[in-house]
Design a protein around this ligand. Structure first.
Ligand SMILES: Nc1ncnc2c1ncn2[C@@H]1O[C@H](COP(=O)(O)OP(=O)(O)OP(=O)(O)O)[C@@H](O)[C@H]1O
Length: 331
């Protein structure tokens, strides 16, 4: 049994301008203990999907089964109960600005009926976990974005969730702070066994911590599977676009106007001899349009885009593949 089963879920919003199909026949299984990413551009349907996971939004059709419970079979009280096992963190942190850090974390504990000093003691333990024990008396306005997100994570943990939904939780943070928050989420996943669902538009976030990913566009899942495999062999057009994500405009233009191939390798250091040997073997130069290293699932992956120039290059591609490199034409 999967921790979360999304079965043929569709969602249509009725608006003054007509119907909006936000989700269309979405099927996703998320296993217990997984860090699962849902990625897509703006408007792809990510937020709607994540709201369907706890029935903040009811699907128009289809089923959401969380930890064996079909959410549509639950009454209001049972649904509230089921939701206590699903915590959520957001891009804008959603903290109570008039309350101290400690009181923010106490909030779900008090809702659960834990009183006074007992709640404060537990809240301090959660602040300890996120590395903010010394900020208990501060107000959120006195904290940095990364610290605010840590408070939100401590508050989310205080509900003792089985599942943590993260909706663009690092989108407002700089890259270094993003890495720290992702490392904290990973630690929480490993040490507490909490299943984590990450909604993001940033492929780097998926590559950094997710085991599996669903790539969405126009309310549909375009590609789903293991992050490492999809990084090496993206199949859908949107998957290729998100993974390639060439920020340098000159490089992007070169890729478009040439016969470009993307090569993925496990260790950057091994790139050079293979490419150099290929050039020596075939006596044909190649043009390197881009080279980079990325962290995918904790492994350094080398990525290079090369242009073979005019003429036949099947033998060169065969040469690279024989040496264990993943080679794909960039369309
Ligand atoms: N309450 C609503 N009423 C009408 N349309 C909605 C509503 N919520 C979402 N939509 C529409 O559904 C589609 C999917 O929106 P959604 O917010 O789920 O996408 P998203 O991938 O989360 O985008 P973003 O990254 O910009 O938040 C969009 O076309 C959006 O305009």
């Amino acid at each position: 049994m999967s921790e979360i089963e999304i079965r043929d879920v569709s969602k249509v919003f009725e608006t003054d301008e007509g119907k909006v199909q936000a989700l269309s026949h979405v099927n996703i299984n998320i296993e217990k203990g997984d860090i699962f990413g849902i990625i897509g551009m703006s408007g792809a349907g990510k937020s709607t999907l994540v709201r369907c996971l706890n029935f903040l939004e009811q699907p128009t059709s289809g089923e959401v089964i969380v930890r064996g419970q079909n959410l549509k079979d639950l009454n209001e009280k049972q649904l509230r109960q089921a939701r206590t096992k699903i915590s959520m963190i957001f891009q804008n942190f959603n903290l109570l600005m008039q309350k101290t850090v400690l009181d923010n974390v106490c909030f779900p504990l008090k809702l659960a009926g834990i009183k006074g000093e007992e709640a404060k003691k537990k809240a301090r333990e959660y602040l300890e976990i996120v590395g903010l024990a010394d900020k208990a008396k501060n107000y959120p306005a006195m904290l940095s974005g990364g610290q605010r997100q840590r408070v939100a994570i401590a508050r989310a943990l205080a509900s003792k969730p089985e599942i943590l939904l993260c909706d663009e939780a690092t989108s407002a943070l700089d890259p270094a702070t993003t890495s720290q928050i992702l490392a904290l989420l990973k630690r929480i996943n490993k040490e507490m066994g909490i299943t984590i669902v990450i909604i993001t538009h940033q492929m780097s976030v998926i590559q950094d911590i997710c085991d599996n990913v669903a790539i969405m566009e126009n309310g549909q899942v375009q590609e789903i599977g293991n992050v490492e495999e999809i990084f090496a062999h993206p199949k859908s057009a949107v998957g290729k676009r998100l993974i390639l994500n060439v920020e340098n405009k000159n490089t992007a233009a070169s890729i478009e106007s040439h016969h470009a191939y993307r090569i993925v390798f496990n260790e950057q250091s091994a790139f050079e001899p293979v490419i150099a040997n290929m050039i020596l073997t075939f006596n044909k130069p190649v043009n390197i349009l881009m080279a980079d290293t990325k962290n995918v699932g904790g492994q350094a992956k080398g990525e290079m885009i090369i242009d073979f120039g005019d003429g036949d290059h099947l033998e060169q591609i065969h040469f690279l593949k024989e040496r264990g490199l993943d080679v794909e034409e960039v369309e």
